[in-house]
Design a binder for this molecule. Structure first.
Ligand code: NAD
Length: 322
């Protein structure tokens, strides 16, 4: 029989790509989101516009014992959304309500397996002070000290899903994503993350001009291209008994200045960087891939530059359309 999947947050960046991927794998797919995807028509067999904070909506979309449920819906964005403090109450309330509803009604509906997308933002700030040596191994999550309410909510929801596993036998799989990027992600409007924001700024600038970067640009991060992320998710879902939480990210660490230089090279432009004040997050972060390598035999196969090239050209196209 054809397998059935539900993707919560299917109108978003990762959800949109995941739906396409599940369709290509032969699944019947229902997507649910507050909105349609801005960049392409959903490949889902059934797309429900609905608010997952609403218990009636959640019961309606979970009307069968799905083989796989992917819970990606969250009130989120890049540093400009998460770290200003202005959205803290919404981020916590909206995302926690979604997760409480999906875990409870998912278990009641008898779903066979559920994937939950947690984040690198759960890792303690005290381990990410040195930009050259951040510590993000899975077992370093506690004593907990995330640097944002977004991270605290993710940690709470990880624990909530694991409780449903322990008490009700829900087959839960949890990944901690580290900065996933690629085409069809937010690139303008305040929710975009560093790779998209930098590609946009470089694409907009005239050769010889200037772009603005938040902070001194010496903060470090790693970024994972969307296709590689989907591969990691698949392996985690197919694992026999390993359920995580596990990092899904790249361990190719780069400074934000380095990322900007990379985008300039791809664009063939020489630009100067003006460092301005802005919301930043931790000083350094990198994915520790030892656990995923050991348990799932997974490691990213693309260099960062290849993914940035694809993303830069896609953003350039979007700009030409405006
Ligand atoms: P996204 O913002 O593009 O997608 C999230 C989707 O959830 C959006 O389409 C949004 O409309 C939907 N949503 C929000 N509130 C909803 C509600 N009440 N009811 C129904 N839908 C609702 O984000 P994304 O980058 O695709 O991320 C997907 C998941 O992965 C999120 O949970 C995010 O926290 C997590 N994550 C992403 C990254 C990353 O780098 N992209 C990193 C760490 C974790």
């Amino acid at each position: 029989m054809q397998k059935q999947a539900l993707v919560c947050g299917a109108g978003g960046f990762i959800g949109g790509h995941l739906v396409k991927w599940l369709k290509a794998e032969g699944f019947w797919v229902r997507g649910v989101d507050l909105k349609h995807n801005e960049f392409s028509k959903s490949a889902a067999d059934d797309f429900v516009i609905g608010d997952l904070r609403d218990q009636e909506v959640v019961q309606k979309v979970l009307d069968r014992p799905f083989d796989e449920v992917y819970q990606l819906a969250a009130d989120m964005g890049g540093a400009g959304y998460i770290f200003t403090g202005e959205h803290d109450a919404d981020v916590m309330h909206n995302s926690a309500t979604i997760n409480l509803n999906v875990a409870y009604y998912g278990q009641k509906a008898g779903i066979k397996k559920i994937f939950y997308s947690s984040s690198a933002c759960i890792y303690p700030e005290y381990n990410q002070i040195d930009p050259h040596d951040p510590k993000c191994s899975e077992d370093s999550a506690y004593p907990a000290a995330p640097d944002s309410e977004y991270g605290w909510e993710k940690l709470f929801s990880e624990r909530m899903y694991m409780s449903f596993h322990r008490n009700y036998g829900l087959d839960v799989r949890i990944a901690r994503f580290h900065n996933i990027f690629g085409p069809e992600g937010a690139w303008i409007g305040g929710r975009e993350k560093a790779p998209a924001a930098i590609c946009r700024k470089v694409a907009e600038a005239k050769d010889g001009g200037e772009i603005e970067i938040w902070g001194d640009g010496k903060q470090t991060r790693s970024f994972l291209y969307i296709d590689e992320c989907l591969d990691g998710i698949r392996r985690l879902m197919d694992a026999k008994s390993f359920r995580g939480p596990v990092n899904i990210g790249s361990d190719e660490m780069v400074t934000i200045n380095g990322l900007a230089e990379m985008a300039m090279e791809i664009a063939g432009k020489k630009l100067s960087i003006k460092h301005i004040e802005g919301p930043l997050g931790v000083r350094g972060r990198n994915s520790d891939n030892r656990l995923i390598n050991k348990e799932l035999g997974w490691a990213p196969s693309w260099p960062l530059r290849k993914g940035i090239e694809f993303t830069y050209h896609w953003i350039q196209e979007q700009l030409q359309k405006t």
